[in-house]
Write a protein that binds this ligand. Sequence first.
Ligand SMILES: [Zn+2]
Length: 83
Amino acid sequence: MSFVRCLECPRCHSTYTATEIHNLCQCGSPLLVRYDLERLGQAVKKEDLKSRRADLWRYWEFLPLRGRTGKTGNKGINVEIVK
Ligand SMILES: [Zn+2]
């Protein structure tokens, strides 16, 4: 489940869907990821984070992904991202 709402340009405030690849805004600015913070806050609690393994996937809901598969190994992060 993704909590990404859209991509937004900090310069001209144009918005883009997060389901398509956008490298830059039409004005040339990099895009920011905007999240549904209310829904994210309801789904993830601080206590949940504390009990998770201390690696990148501890915060996976805060990443601009639709989902994930794979596991984190002892030698670093080895994952397959589902689009
Ligand atoms: Zn722009």
